[in-house]
Design a protein around this ligand. Sequence first.
Ligand code: 13P
Length: 287
Amino acid sequence: MRSATWQVALTRPGSAILVALLTVAGMARTHPDRFEMRQPIVGGNWKMNLDAAGSAHLARQVAAEVDGDVRVVLFPAFCYLLPVGKILGDTPVALGAQDFYDRPNGAFTGEVSLAMLRDVGVTCVLAGHSERRHVLGESDQIVNRKVLAALEAGFEVVLCVGETLEQRQAGRADTVNEGQVREGLAGVDSDTMSRVTIAYEPVWAIGTGRTATPEDAQSAHHAVRRTVEALFSAAVAQATRIQYGGSVKASNAADLFAQEDVDGGLIGSASLTAEDFIPIVRAAAGA
Ligand code: 13P
């Protein structure tokens, strides 16, 4: 955004005042360099919510408001992927799937393959969401198989990690997150890391109304980034987006996203209405 501003300045000297104003506005961003290195990403994880009409309506509202400054991905329920994908069409809003099975096809009743998801326009998938880990029993090994399969098939992957309250209280938050990152990314090539986002979602903050403080989120994100650096390189770690999830709302989003290592959010409840979700996307644009 700012490089476009400088282009205007170079080609039209008369626009110096406008440039000065835009530059000051740009400086209001907490971490301008970070913003250029890692475009913020905001996901709307609709989970098992909304119906056909509600999904379509919300997709239309989000598509009308998002201009591409922030990467926005919507994750509707499986049965609404096709209609929501049609609505999103060529807009900058991407279509994501909440889950998938890592085998190409076969006798796996109830499962959905990556090829099927690609067919209906999905480009991004979640892996290891805490509800899949803790409610549906997915292990780190299953999560890793999914990450590898999705990358192999050319998708963007959001690897979700996060500690439980018990683990946090025992002082093991960073160790648990490090383990989930290491296991989740085992066997991943650094070349494909540009298609991986990590979502730090402390289990105790999901759907509870309790949010990590901006300082706690920053500390956890920093530790996750250090793990990515140890696994790959400093350059990969600096380029990898780490988004925060867990009771993000319009009222707390800006403070969370202003943290140096917080590159946007993965939003549950507050992604279910445009009134709640769009201000969060705007907070990420201004972070
Ligand atoms: P809530 O925003 O409802 O806490 O959910 C967060 C989440 O799980 C997003 O994936």
